[in-house]
Design a protein around this ligand. Structure first.
Ligand code: GLN
Length: 290
C-alpha cells in the first residue's frame, strides 16, 4: 500500500469528526513540528507521511475524537503569551482566565501597591496565573499553592522552564500559608457536582473542577478565610462560573469586602468578581482607591 499523503491523513481525521485546526496541529505534532508551522502543511499536501508519523497521527486523532483535550495530546497550551507544559495532572488553562490576570495586573498598578507586592495564587494548577503575573511584573513576590502535589510538580516545571521564581507550597487553600498578602487571586473549582457539562471535561482532574451542589463550596471557603491573609486595602479576585457573579458578589459583601465588582471575559460573561478588604484605621477603606 502506498503511504498516505499529508492531505489524505487530514481528510481521514476529519471523517473521525476532528476539527480542521485540531487535525492540523496533531499532524504537525506527529511530524515533530511546532504548531506555528501550519503554513508548511499548506505547501505539502502531496508529501507522503513516514509510517511512524502516520501511526502516531492515527493514535492521536482517535484520542482527540474520544474527547481528550488537544493540549494534553500535544503536551502544551499557550496562556498569556507563555507556553505551558500540561498533562492530565492539571486543568488546561482557559483563555477566560486571562481576564483574571489582566484584572490582577490593573490592581497591582494602583498607586498604593508596592512593586514588590506579595501575591498569592490559590489552586495554581499548571501555574498559569502565578507565572503570567510574575512574567509581567518580575518584582512581585509570588506564592502559589495547590492541594495536589502532582499539580505542583507541573507548575514548578513550568516555572523552571521559563525561569520565573515563584514560591510553591502544598496547601489545601490557606492551610499552610503565611500572610499577609497585597493581592490574592484564585481560579478555584466552581462547577456543580452534577453539572451536565462534566462528561465533556472527564479527562481533566475532577478535583480541579467540582465544588459541591451548586459549585460554590470552595469560593465560599476562600471568601470566608481570605481576610485573615490580606493586608488592609488588599484585594481578593476570584474566577467563577458564568452564572455565579451575583452569588459571589453577595458572599463578598456579606463577609465585609468593599468595592465589590465583577469583570467580563471575552465572551461578555461576568467571569470574575472581587473586592477590597477595608483598612479598619481608615474608616471606609476606599479613600486611597484612586
Ligand atoms: N472554566 C472551566 C470550565 O467550565 C472550569 C474551571 C474551574 O472550575 N475553575 O470548563
Amino acid at each position: 500500500m502506498n503511504p498516505l499523503t499529508c492531505a489524505q491523513a487530514l481528510t481521514a481525521a476529519r471523517t473521525h469528526g476532528l476539527e480542521r485546526l485540531d487535525a492540523q496541529l496533531l499532524l504537525l505534532h506527529a511530524l515533530g513540528k511546532p504548531g506555528a508551522d501550519r503554513a508548511w502543511l499548506l505547501t505539502h499536501d502531496t508529501t507522503p507521511l513516514p509510517e511512524e508519523a502516520a501511526q502516531c497521527f492515527r493514535e492521536l486523532s482517535l484520542r482527540r475524537a474520544g474527547g481528550e483535550p488537544l493540549a494534553y495530546l500535544v503536551g502544551s497550551k499557550e496562556f498569556f503569551g507563555l507556553e505551558l507544559q500540561v498533562d492530565g495532572r492539571v486543568l488546561v488553562p482557559r483563555p477566560d482566565t486571562e481576564t483574571l490576570v489582566e484584572w490582577a495586573l490593573q490592581q497591582l498598578a494602583l498607586a498604593d501597591m508596592p512593586a514588590s507586592a506579595r501575591v498569592l495564587d490559590l489552586g495554581t494548577g499548571s501555574g498559569a496565573i502565578a507565572l503570567a503575573l510574575k512574567k509581567t511584573r518580575p518584582a512581585l513576590d509570588l506564592t502559589a499553592v495547590d492541594a495536589s502535589s502532582d499539580a505542583l510538580a507541573v507548575a514548578a516545571a513550568n516555572a523552571g522552564q521559563h525561569r520565573l521564581p515563584v514560591h510553591f507550597l502544598q496547601s489545601n487553600w490557606f492551610e499552610n500559608v503565611n500572610g499577609p498578602f497585597h493581592l490574592i487571586v484564585s481560579n478555584p473549582p466552581y462547577v456543580a457536582d452534577a453539572d451536565p457539562h462534566l462528561p465533556a471535561l472527564r479527562h481533566e482532574p475532577l478535583q480541579a473542577l467540582t465544588a459541591g451542589k451548586n459549585g460554590l463550596d470552595d469560593l465560599r471557603r476562600i471568601i470566608e478565610q481570605a481576610p485573615a491573609y490580606l493586608q488592609p486595602q488588599g484585594w481578593l479576585l476570584l474566577e467563577h462560573g458564568y452564572d455565579q457573579a451575583r452569588a459571589v458578589c453577595e458572599l463578598l459583601k456579606q463577609r465585609g469586602f468593599a468595592e465589590v465588582q465583577s469583570r467580563a471575559d471575552l465572551a461578555g460573561t461576568p467571569r470574575c468578581s472581587g473586592g477590597r478588604w477595608p483598612d479598619p484605621a481608615a474608616g471606609t477603606g476606599s479613600q486611597t482607591a484612586g
